[in-house]
Design a protein around this ligand. Sequence first.
Ligand SMILES: Cc1cc2nc3c(=O)[nH]c(=O)nc-3n(C[C@H](O)[C@H](O)[C@H](O)COP(=O)(O)O)c2cc1C
Length: 208
Amino acid sequence: MRFLVFAASLRKDSLNIRLAKLAAFIIEKNGGKVDVANMNDFDCSSYNQDVEQKGVFPAGAEQLRKRLLASDAFIISSPEYNASMPGNLKNVIDWVSRFRPQPFNERHALLMSASPSMVGGNRGLWSLRIPLEHLGARVFPDMFSLATAHQAFTQEGKLSNATLAERFEGNLVAFMNLVEAAKHYPCIKKAWVEFLGEKPDPVTERVE
Ligand SMILES: Cc1cc2nc3c(=O)[nH]c(=O)nc-3n(C[C@H](O)[C@H](O)[C@H](O)COP(=O)(O)O)c2cc1C
């Protein structure tokens, strides 16, 4: 199984990059293949529908689409900015949502965050769930938010608290098991309709 893993931070000393790297290490240890991406790879100009209608997509959106399609699942470790997700992350999600087939549909996702705060940036993940679930991603129920993350890592990039380290690995392995089951066993396939109960109208319809 292939997992795309990235942190939604551009910062060199990012806590979320550290958490994403640790997740990648644990996935490989448990037999998964990992594509670790950098948020710089997905950098996009602000979404503009006029630009999209000319058929022009930013290279960053093309990159994210390509790497999502090459993966069975994706993991985002996202900072929390003002109790929500970072604007550049929402912007690239908006761009990628315009490709057909729509790449988030039916893809499994695990959300994580790291913050110096006491709740570890968890509110930002609730905002991130909304567009991803709207787009048909299967967002794993258990989200890992690393509190006081500036004090949580060892020099080697592991979690210094043994109980937290065990919970983190357990969360990742549970997610891997679900992705494996979804890949290898029959499960519900879903057509993507933006608003299932809406009266069909070509102007507003976004159906796949
Ligand atoms: C614009 C901005 C808003 C922030 N808002 C929050 C917030 O709402 N909650 C929080 O826990 N931390 C907040 N922070 C602090 C970040 O969690 C902290 O800078 C963190 O290290 C960013 O993630 P990174 O280390 O991966 O870059 C904010 C930081 C910035 C720059």
